[in-house]
Structures are given as C-alpha cells and as structure tokens.
Design a protein around this ligand. Structure first.
Ligand code: PMM
Length: 287
C-alpha cells in the first residue's frame, strides 16, 4: 500500500497528496502514440491547457519522438518545436516539464519556464546534460535507458529484468548525483518500452514497489505503449488496437502504479487517469 512516505517529494516541485498526473504534449510529426496532432505551437499550447483542465498536475513537452526505430531530430528543430510551447504554457501558470536528451534544449526550456527536465537517457545521450541540470538547479528524471531508439529493441535482453533495471538505475543515479544534481531533485523511471519487450514491461509493473529501494520518487509512463497493445490483443485478432485505443488500459496501469506508491504517472489522455489516481488516494485514505 502506498503512503506519502513511499511516494516522496521532489525539491523544487509542488507537493501533491496523491500520485501526480503528468500530461504529455508531443510537438512531433511522428510520435507513435499521438503522432502529428499537436505539431503546431498554438495547437500544442491549447492541448496542454486542455490537459490541465482535465486534471493534469503538470505537462511534459517533448519535441523528439522516441518510438522504437525513430531517427533523431536535429537540435535546432527540437528547439524550434519545444521552446515556444514551454513558454506559452509556463506563462499560463502551468508546471512544465521538458522531455529532451539535449542539454541545450534543457537549458533553454528552463529559461523559458520549465521546472523539470525529463531525459529518457538519464543523462547518457549528451555529456553536457548533467552539468546543465546541476547548474540550473532543477529536478531531473533519470529513466532506465540502454541506447537510442534505432537500436533499443535489440538491447531488450535480461536475466532478471527487475534486478537489472534497479541496478542500472542505481548506477545512473550515482553518476547524476556525482555530477552535481542534488539527490532531493532526482526522480527515477523504469523506462517502460525502452529496450524492453511486453513481458519485461509487465514484470516491471508487477514489481514497481521494489523500485522504492532506490529511495527516490518514481515516475511511471505506460501510456499507450506496445505492451498494452499486446495485453489487449484478443485471441485470433489480426493486430493490437492502435495506440489511441489504449487509454482505458493506461488508466488501469495508473491505478496500479498509484497503489504501488508511484510519485507520478505520465499519460497522453488525462481524464481517466486523473480519476484513477483519485480513487487510489481515497482507497489509501480508507485503509
Ligand atoms: N516514454 C516516452 C517519452 N518520454 N519519458 C519518461 N520519463 N518515461 C517514459 O517512459 C517516456 C518518456 C515515449 O514516447 P511517448 O511520448 O509517445 O509516450
């Protein structure tokens, strides 16, 4: 059962009395889950505000698709996509996180009002990232990552996925803290779908409480991912349901994650998850 103690707090961010909801705005033409829909700045800002009105606590803005097989976008283009959206949302009072593997993008997003850096590579993709986050004195999401999208499926090889993800996250946390990021600002994330197959993702969701051994708040991002498509594929079905038909399944994982003491869940469709984390909080209060 989760408590505010296992959920933890992150220095520099508001304190929520339940699992927080991070809404996703992907300013990309090719994200696997909502590809192209929020590619225009005005539309993206509007979408972020809509997610807040549906119950999001913060909004994660990204300009580079990390879907399996995706190739990288260049830095100038990523900046062009992300910065005006961060600025627009922050100026409306939204708590904004920036989803980037690049130090320059993180720095400029923080200057534009972002208060959290979410790096799916945990600081591995850009050697300037850790010093940049340390200097900016903002919270940092350290996700479990084994390599860029082009090659990550071939890295999905584990003896014991839970133990190895915890070990590798611990090493990244140590590197990030040694690089000057305050431990109180670190958030950890098992990186569902990143160098993991459906069975690995399910095993991690089943063992989320073990990640509390790392002693830092836990972010869980299951939204619309392949493993949910896999779970939802009925016997004899030709193909898994498309990403946008995985929101009810996503909300189910949100409830499970909240009950396991997650600090936040990252989702594309906020409404159902906002309800799920509130139910989890009410159940926790009744225990
Ligand atoms: N997954 C995606 C993008 N950013 N950030 C974190 N911290 N954890 C994740 O699992 C994660 C992420 C995948 O792409 P999407 O935006 O289309 O879901």
């Amino acid at each position: 059962m989760s408590t505010s103690r296992t959920r933890g707090t992150v220095r520099g961010l508001p304190e929520w009395d339940r699992c927080a909801v991070m809404g996703v705005v992907n300013v990309t033409p090719d994200s696997f889950s909502d590809g192209g829909r929020w590619f225009d700045t005005t539309v993206a800002v509007k979408h972020g505000l809509h997610l807040m009105s549906e119950g999001a606590d913060l909004v994660d803005v990204g300009g580079e698709s990390t879907r399996p097989g995706a190739s990288r976008v260049d830095e100038a283009e990523e900046l062009r996509r992300v910065i005006p959206v961060v600025k627009g949302l922050a100026s409306e009072g939204v708590t904004v996180s920036v989803d980037t593997m690049r130090a320059r993008v993180a720095e400029q997003a923080v200057a534009a009002g972002a208060v959290l850096v979410n790096d799916v590579s945990g600081g591995l993709a850009d050697p300037d990232m850790i010093p940049a986050v340390a200097a900016a004195e903002v919270p940092f999401v350290v996700m479990h990552w084994r390599g860029f999208s082009e090659s990550m499926n071939s890295r999905a090889v584990y003896g014991d996925v839970v133990a190895e993800v915890i070990d590798e996250l611990r090493q990244r946390m140590e590197a990030v803290i040694a690089g000057g990021v305050a431990p109180e600002r670190v958030v950890i994330d098992p990186g569902l779908g990143f160098a993991k197959d459906a069975a690995h993702d399910l095993k991690l969701v089943a063992h989320l409480t073990e990640l509390h051994a790392l002693g830092r708040p836990l972010l869980v991002a299951a939204s619309r991912k392949r493993f949910l498509g896999h779970v939802l594929t009925g016997p004899g079905a030709a193909a898994p349901p498309p990403a946008r038909e995985r929101d009810a399944a996503t909300a189910a994982v949100s409830a499970l994650a909240a009950q396991a003491g997650a600090w936040a869940v990252r989702v594309h469709e906020v409404r159902a998850t906002a309800d799920a984390v509130r139910v989890a909080r009410a159940v926790e209060g009744a225990a």
